[in-house]
Write a protein that binds this ligand. Structure first.
Ligand SMILES: O=C(O)CCC(=O)C(=O)O
Ligand SMILES: [Fe+2]
Length: 355
C-alpha cells in the first residue's frame, strides 16, 4: 500500500491541499485497498446495501431526540458569532452575520471540529457500531471534519451549483474510505443533502486509466479528491449513471464509498429547511502511518479540523480564517466555545492514545 507516498513531503496550507510529488510522476503508484473484500452483498445488514449501491442510510443511528439537541447546539454555535443573526428570520441570513465557510460551504474553522457537541455526536454508540461493523474492528480513528449548516434560499448569495466529485485519489484503487454524515435535520427530496451517483465507483478505474498522461501527472497519493468536469460526467451518464438524492431524518447516519461520485446539494427554492449535518468518517487506526498520526495529533492539540479522512490525507485547517481579501478574521478562535470531555474513547478516536 501507499507505494511512493513516503517519499513525498507535505506542504501545509490552509484550504488547498498541496503535496510535493515530483519524485512520483511517471511511476506506477496506484495503491490497492488494504481491505479488498470489506464489502459484500452477502451481509445480513446495511453492509449489503453499501456493497450494492455504495451508499446506505442507517436509520436512527442517533436517537432522534439527541439528534435534535445536537442540531440546537450547532445553531447556537452559529449564533455565537454575530448578534445580527436570527435563524428564524431569513432577512438576517447574510454573509456579514455568519462565520466564514470553507469552499464547500461548511464550517471548518474556529475550532468547530472539536466542539463538545461535535465530539459527543462522533461518539454516539449507533454511529460507532456501524463503522465498527463495517471495518470489523472497534479500534477506529475519526475524522476532524466540518459542520454544515446550510440556510435555504439565501438572498445575498446564489445557489451553489452541483460540484460532483469523489473523495479518493485516482491513484487509490478499491475501497479505502467510507464516509459518514450524521444527519441532524430532515432531508427530503427538496431539502439540502447528499446526492450520489450509484454505480459510478465501478467505472472509475476505466475512466481514470483512459486519462492522458498529463492529466495523470496532477494526481497525488495524498490528495484524496477529484472534481469532475461536465464532459467527464457525460461519460458516466452515457453508461447509465444517474444522480440520486439521499433522503434522511434527524439521527440517521449516511454512509458512502468515497469513490462514488457525489456532492452536497443546496435546498431547492421549494425548501425552507435549514440543513444541519456533521461529517464524520471512521477507519481502522492500524491504517494510519506514524507521519499521518503525528499530523493528526498536532491538529488535535491545536483544535484544528482536517479533511474527510480519518487516517490519511490529514490536512490541518487554520482556526483563524481569512476573508476573501486575505485579511484575518478577528473572530478566529484558539479553542472551542465548549471543550469536550477527554474520555478514553475520545482520545483513541482522535489518535491521541494508542489502542
Ligand atoms: O454535504 C454533503 O452532503 C457532501 C459533502 C461532501 O462532499 C463530503 O462530505 O465528502
Ligand atoms: Fe465529498
Amino acid at each position: 500500500m501507499a507505494v511512493g507516498a513516503s517519499t513525498a513531503s507535505i506542504i501545509r496550507t490552509d484550504d488547498s491541499h498541496i503535496l510535493e510529488t515530483s519524485s512520483l510522476v511517471g511511476q506506477d503508484i496506484t495503491m490497492q485497498s488494504p481491505f479488498p473484500d470489506i464489502l459484500s452483498e452477502d451481509y445480513p445488514d446495511f453492509r449489503a446495501e453499501i456493497s450494492k449501491n455504495r451508499f446506505a442510510v442507517i436509520k436512527n443511528a442517533v436517537p432522534r431526540e439527541r439528534a435534535i439537541q445536537y442540531e440546537a447546539k450547532a445553531h447556537a454555535w452559529l449564533n455565537s458569532f454575530e448578534a445580527g443573526l436570527d435563524l428564524d428570520d431569513p432577512s438576517t441570513w447574510l454573509a456579514e452575520n455568519l462565520p466564514l465557510a470553507n469552499s464547500i460551504g461548511s464550517y471548518a474553522h474556529y475550532c468547530v471540529a472539536h466542539e463538545k457537541f461535535v465530539w459527543e455526536a462522533r461518539q454516539e454508540p449507533g454511529v460507532l457500531d456501524a463503522f465498527s461493523k463495517l471495518w470489523e474492528t472497534d479500534r477506529l480513528l475519526v475524522s476532524f471534519d466540518s459542520l454544515n449548516v446550510t440556510l435555504p434560499n439565501r438572498r445575498d448569495t446564489p445557489r451553489r451549483e452541483p460540484w460532483e466529485h469523489i473523495d479518493q485519489s485516482p491513484l487509490r484503487r478499491g475501497v479505502h474510505c467510507v464516509q459518514g454524515i450524521i444527519n441532524l435535520s430532515p432531508s427530503g427530496p427538496e431539502d439540502g443533502g447528499l446526492v450520489v451517483f450509484p454505480g459510478s465507483h465501478k467505472l472509475n478505474d476505466e475512466f481514470f486509466d483512459a486519462k492522458s498522461r498529463t492529466d495523470k501527472e496532477s494526481w497525488q497519493p495524498l490528495k484524496d479528491v477529484y472534481l469532475f468536469g461536465a464532459d467527464e460526467l457525460k461519460w458516466f451518464a452515457s453508461r447509465g449513471v444517474v444522480a440520486h438524492k439521499v433522503c434522511a431524518e434527524p439521527g440517521d447516519l449516511i454512509m458512502w464509498d468515497s469513490r462514488t461520485i457525489h456532492y452536497g446539494a443546496e435546498p431547492t427554492e421549494r425548501s425552507s429547511q435549514i440543513r444541519t449535518v456533521i461529517y464524520a468518517t471512521y477507519s481502522p487506526a492500524a491504517l494510519a502511518s506514524p507521519d499521518q498520526l503525528k499530523l493528526k495529533r498536532e491538529a488535535f492539540q491545536s483544535y484544528s479540523g482536517t479533511s474527510h479522512w480519518p487516517h490519511m490525507y490529514i490536512v490541518p485547517r487554520s482556526n483563524i480564517p481569512l476573508f476573501p481579501d486575505r485579511t484575518v478574521d478577528p473572530r478566529g478562535r484558539n479553542e472551542p466555545l465548549e471543550k469536550p470531555e477527554l474520555t478514553d474513547k475520545l482520545l483513541k478516536l482522535g489518535g491521541m492514545k494508542d489502542y
